[in-house]
Design a binder for this molecule. Structure first.
Ligand SMILES: C[S@@+](CC[C@H](N)C(=O)[O-])C[C@H]1O[C@@H](n2cnc3c(N)ncnc32)[C@H](O)[C@@H]1O
Length: 223
């Protein structure tokens, strides 16, 4: 199964990001994935399933696809799937599973911004806990929105934000990451928000099983 190397553009992240200052995000995530045979549950994310089961399949972009459970579920449902991630380790797992299940997905080894995807090219852009780094220019948020075709949907799902103290104790600086607030702030009159809520989440296995709520933002691009 082929994994494409995305365009490595010159878009630089702010040197203020601790992760960037010491490391490439891909290396960080590769190490995280390499710590275990599978990091996540292997099941598609519940909110994706809830929100997309009844949507007519078209072209979908899975941003930060990880080990590919969502991308494979979408492919099974008849979507034309492009799935991108900075981790080669995760993508290799995803591609292997796709081969086992006889599913076609375009796997792209790239950061979202660096992939420089054509504007308006996806009927659905799904970003499930994507851990995108912030930049002063809001590059990641704009890339998410720009990728959605007129009439299409953006579905962004995050974990609820911990307090700044709890985050710091876990070694996370919340200011480094794109949250739903940053995405919501860029939704202008060309967009209609269809879901903006916190809802229960039930995941039985994997490194994310302790999270019990999803923060969900679903918006439709009107034009
Ligand atoms: C918390 S995991 C979520 C994985 C998957 N969406 C899921 O729900 O199981 C975050 C993922 O985002 C990827 N990632 C981090 N920064 C990225 C970026 N700039 N562009 C694309 N993917 C990125 C990581 O490699 C990781 O696989």
């Amino acid at each position: 199964m082929e994994i494409n190397d995305g365009a490595r553009g010159d878009a630089q992240q702010s040197p203020a990001h601790a992760l960037q200052a010491t490391d490439e995000p891909g290396n960080f995530w590769d190490r995280r994935y390499a710590e275990m045979a599978s990091l996540w549950s292997g099941q598609p994310n519940g909110t994706l399933v809830q929100e997309v089961t009844e949507v007519k399949p078209g072209r979908v972009l899975d941003v930060g696809c990880g080990e590919g459970a969502d991308a494979l579920w979408l492919a099974e449902k008849g979507w034309n799937v492009t799935a991108l991630d900075v981790s080669r380790v995760a993508l290799a797992r995803a591609a292997r599973e796709a081969g086992t299940r006889g599913l076609r997905v375009t796997w792209l080894h790239s950061g979202l911004v660096e992939a420089a995807l054509p504007d308006g090219s996806f009927d659905l852009v799904s970003a499930q806990y994507p851990a995108l780094l912030r930049t002063p220019e809001n590059l990641a948020e704009r890339a998410l929105l720009d990728a959605v075709a007129p009439g299409g949907l953006l579905l962004a799902v995050h974990h609820p934000l911990p307090t700044a103290d709890v985050a710091r104790a876990r070694g996370i600086d919340l200011a480094e990451y794109v949250g739903l607030a940053e995405i919501r702030a860029l939704l202008d009159g060309n967009w209609r928000i269809e879901v903006d809520e916190v809802r229960p989440r039930h995941v039985a296995a994997g490194a994310g099983a302790h999270h019990t709520e999803d923060v969900v933002l679903k918006a439709r691009r009107l034009r």
